[in-house]
Design a binder for this molecule. Structure first.
Ligand code: AMP
Ligand code: MG
Length: 416
């Protein structure tokens, strides 16, 4: 029986449907960079906590400056000095002013600040040359975030600005979703590890590392399970060992085509359950998805562990990761959205006649002449890693295009 051919969206929906957001943990504020906030954060205090001056100048009663002009500046007795960080001790009473620095709290009685450039100081008095309105150069309490309001929503990926907000609101520890743990297993009799010398017929295992790097890039924690030889026994043993690692997901690469040594499907079928699909995409057509059974003795969580069997070719495995595993990692971390922001570019190279799959082409995306332009980075074979190295984006050629002329407008996925 031929495996069903699924659209990218169908396959992704089926994969995503088995994952739920992971529980939260509290981490140090700087360890939270790039992670996803696990609870809503409400402001306990207003930000800023007190009305304060936006300028160096003089705190005054605005109405007393109403008739101020360069030729007839009203005069105020300076009754105090408020540097940033000081708490006001005097009041601004009629006919007086208090010298105030940026960030210092507005003293009682004052309702505006005259900036120092609009004044002249003389013998304990200040002359004010321009009128100010109530509220001028005053930052009200809670102008940024009023006390009690929602400052940051759960599911927000924490960038430097969110980290700053957390600090401003007094959070030195932050609730974030636990990092997804992802086991990574390479399969193939031809594979040797990175630091072994090359011998005839062998190639180095690169997939485990490109996938592990992708796991790290998208906020997970990779657990490398090494290389399984192309025997049922070896594959079974490695996968069982992986289950001891308390992982949220197992990735394999290779061994999911229809060759004699493509054993991932068979082993998954006997160790759990398996769906095998062809996905209407290139690269990355074969995709196995299933679960490994666990027993109570295996790890702390006796529940089936999802397994994604990715293709073996070094580019296919990375593209399949981008399309299927990245959204899983984001969903596990409680992110609200895993769609890439839509981006369109002009394809600068013609694409020869193609089949009815969605093609993902390695391109260099450049801003040129007021638009994004996408240039192919070289040979597009599934095993050509160097064109992936040169690429900063994937250009998407839809299923129903039988070719693409140079100049076509296409959607692109940025990789950087
Ligand atoms: P397979 O689907 O197992 O036949 O693998 C497809 C192609 O990818 C073959 O040329 C393999 O040698 C290659 N390949 C499989 N696994 C890896 C790996 N971990 N690192 C580099 N290349 C691999
Ligand atoms: Mg193989």
């Amino acid at each position: 029986m031929r495996e069903p051919m699924l659209s990218v969206e169908e396959a992704r929906e089926r994969v995503l449907s088995v994952f739920q957001p992971l529980p939260a943990e509290r981490v140090d504020i700087l360890a939270a960079v790039g992670r996803v906030l696990a609870s809503d954060v409400y402001a306990a205090d207003s930000l800023p906590p007190h009305a304060n001056s936006a300028m160096d100048g003089y705190a005054v009663r605005a109405e007393e400056t109403a008739r101020a002009a360069p030729g007839s500046p009203p005069r105020f007795r300076i009754v105090g000095d408020l540097p940033a960080g000081a708490a006001p001790r005097q009041e601004v009473t009629p006919g007086t002013a208090i010298r105030i620095m940026t960030g210092a709290p507005l003293p009682p009685g004052a309702d505006a600040v005259v900036k120092v450039e609009d004044t002249q100081q003389e013998h304990g008095y200040v002359h004010v040359f321009v009128p100010v309105e109530p509220g001028n150069y005053v930052r009200p309490a809670g102008e940024d975030v009023p006390a009690g309001t929602l400052a940051l929503e759960r599911g927000t990926a924490l960038r430097p600005q969110e980290i700053g907000m957390l600090a401003a609101l007094g959070h030195s520890r932050v609730p974030v979703s636990r990092k997804p743990r992802v086991a990574i297993l390479a399969t193939g009799d031809e594979l040797i590890s990175v630091d072994e010398p090359l011998t005839p017929g062998k190639i180095r295992n690169s997939n485990s590392y490109s996938n592990a790097a992708q796991v790290i890039q998208y906020g997970g924690e990779p657990v490398l399970l090494g290389i399984a030889r192309d025997t049922t026994a070896a594959l079974t043993a490695r996968l069982r060992a992986g289950l001891q690692e308390d992982v949220d997901l197992v990735l394999t690469s290779g061994g999911v085509s229809v060759g004699d040594f493509d054993l991932v499907k068979d082993v998954l079928a006997s160790e759990g359950d398996i769906d095998f699909w062809r996905v209407r995409m290139k690269p990355g057509k074969p995709l196995a998805f299933g679960h490994l059974r666990t027993t109570p003795s295996q790890g702390s969580r006796a529940r089936p562990v999802p397994v994604l069997g990715l293709p073996g070719n070094p580019v296919s495995v990375m593209v399949s990761f981008e399309i299927f595993v990245r959204p899983v990692l984001l969903k596990l971390q409680g992110a609200r959205d895993w769609e890439r922001p839509p981006l369109e570019a002009t394809l600068m190279d013609a694409i020869p006649p193609k089949d009815d799959r969605r093609h993902f082409l390695r391109v260099r995306l450049i801003w040129q002449a007021g638009e994004y332009r996408a240039y192919l980075t070289g040979a597009q074979g599934s095993g050509v890693l160097s064109s992936m190295v040169k690429a900063n984006a994937l250009a998407i050629i839809p299923e129903d295009w039988d070719h693409a002329p140079a100049g076509a407008r296409v959607r692109v996925i940025r990789l950087d």
